[in-house]
Design a protein around this ligand. Structure first.
Ligand code: TYM
Length: 382
């Protein structure tokens, strides 16, 4: 960590209070300006809450993607997931936004599920486990509601035969010192992890059109490598739209983490557990006593319940403003604010779980038999 910039964002770790303006500078990306938002609104008629509230806040070449859309060339979408035992709310955010993009822009979508990556980077887990988790996570992903004819979901260990020739061409262009510098590898890093970036880059070259990746900004290092080599392989530099992290329940530093249950709401947490976690762990910007709170008011900027409502769970702009003002003035108490979040979360999770049950019938379509899926199984990428 250098000087005053005391936060870390890598594909494996988010530490400290992330300063997103500094991150834009550090990563060399662009802020999503009001102009760009206006343009999206003109193109598709509305703006998703996650864009209006600047959860998706940064990009690479989004303007070029919009040019391609407006001129009729079109573009495609790509995102992914490194499977773990249980998915949490934060993991679902990029998928929810991706679904909106697919619906509004009518784009093909590729979803890579990296059972290989998780096996390679987590010392203690077996390949059998990551492959099993992949299946479970895919049900949560399907539950988001993608277009079955325009979406292909694949697991690396299954689809590898079709992508291997392309991955090889990518791997030959990436030299070790560049990859090491990008990901901070050291001599003890296993060689599977060193090759893996070629596999995460490959889907950016699935079509001869521009690819747009909606994802958390932690994944950007892969896209930087891609942009250095894509044109030499005859493809477009990848475009990306980056999100901030849903903060852990316990406070605004870092990100929600699968390995610390008190920091996250999992998609399979039952209503009682959700209530208990929010009441017990959600960091509050309120005052220690009701009297003080009424007098001094709360601070929504550090209040995790407020931030979660603002980022996603209260999509009515007027209502969220009211909540903010009431909380600041002390009219709204921490307990009441938490209650609002508990209700929103439980509603969301209940319908998510119902859709997840339905997804069990659709898994074959997304992975094998749907229009895009069967096209993809019928070709070798190179
Ligand atoms: P993974 O499984 O760590 O994360 C999946 C997606 O969720 C985002 N994310 C979050 N977003 C908001 N708040 C959080 N607290 C939070 N935690 C995670 C991640 O940024 C990511 O978008 N290597 C990848 C798998 C992958 C991939 C891709 C991801 C392969 N190809 C293309 C994005 C795009 C991984 O392990 O993601």
């Amino acid at each position: 960590m250098e000087g005053t910039e005391e936060f870390v964002v890598t594909p494996w770790e988010v530490k400290g209070k992330v300063d997103y303006d500094k991150l834009i500078e550090r990563f060399g990306t662009q802020r999503i300006t009001e102009n760009l938002k206006e343009r999206i609104k003109r193109d598709v008629g509305e703006l998703h809450t996650l864009l209006r509230r600047e959860v998706f806040f940064s990009h690479r070449d989004l303007d070029l993607v919009l040019n391609d859309f407006e001129s009729g060339k079109g573009f495609y979408l790509y995102t992914g997931r490194g499977p773990s035992k249980d998915m949490h709310i934060g993991h679902l955010i990029p998928f929810i936004f991706t679904k909106w993009l697919q619906e509004k822009f009518g784009a093909n979508l590729y979803i890579e599920v990296t059972d290989d990556e998780k096996f390679l980077t987590k010392q203690e887990v077996s390949l059998e486990e990551t492959r099993k988790w992949a299946r479970e996570n895919i049900l949560d992903i399907i539950a988001v509601g993608f277009d079955p004819d325009r979406t292909f979901i694949f697991q690396d260990t299954e689809y590898i035969r079709n992508i291997y020739p392309l991955a090889l061409k990518i791997a030959k262009k990436l030299n070790f010192s560049e990859v090491r510098a990008t990901f901070g590898f050291d001599p003890s890093t296993n060689i599977g992890s060193i090759f893996y970036p070629a596999l995460q880059i490959a889907p950016t070259m699935f079509e001869r059109r521009r690819c747009l990746i909606p994802a958390g900004i932690d994944q950007d290092p892969y896209w930087r490598l891609q942009r250095d080599i894509a044109e030499s392989l005859g493809y477009f530099k990848v475009a990306a739209i980056h999100s901030k992290f849903f903060p852990p329940l316990t406070g605004i530093e870092g990100k929600m983490s699968s390995s610390q249950p008190e920091t996250a709401i999992y998609l399979n947490d039952d209503p009682k557990t959700v209530r208990m976690k929010i009441m017990k762990y959600a960091f509050s910007g309120g005052q220690p006593t009701v009297e003080l709170h009424r007098k001094l008011g709360g601070n929504p900027e550090v209040d995790v319940s407020f931030i979660w409502l603002y980022y996603f769970f209260e999509d009515d702009d007027r209502r969220i403003k009211e909540i903010e003002e009431d909380y600041r003035s002390g009219r709204l108490l921490t307990g009441e604010l938490k209650e609002m979040l508990v209700e929103k979360l439980n509603d969301f999770l209940e319908s998510h779980r119902a859709r997840r049950e339905e997804a069990k019938k659709e898994i074959g379509t997304f992975m094998r038999t749907g229009k895009l899926a069967s096209e993809m199984w019928g070709k070798t990428l190179d």
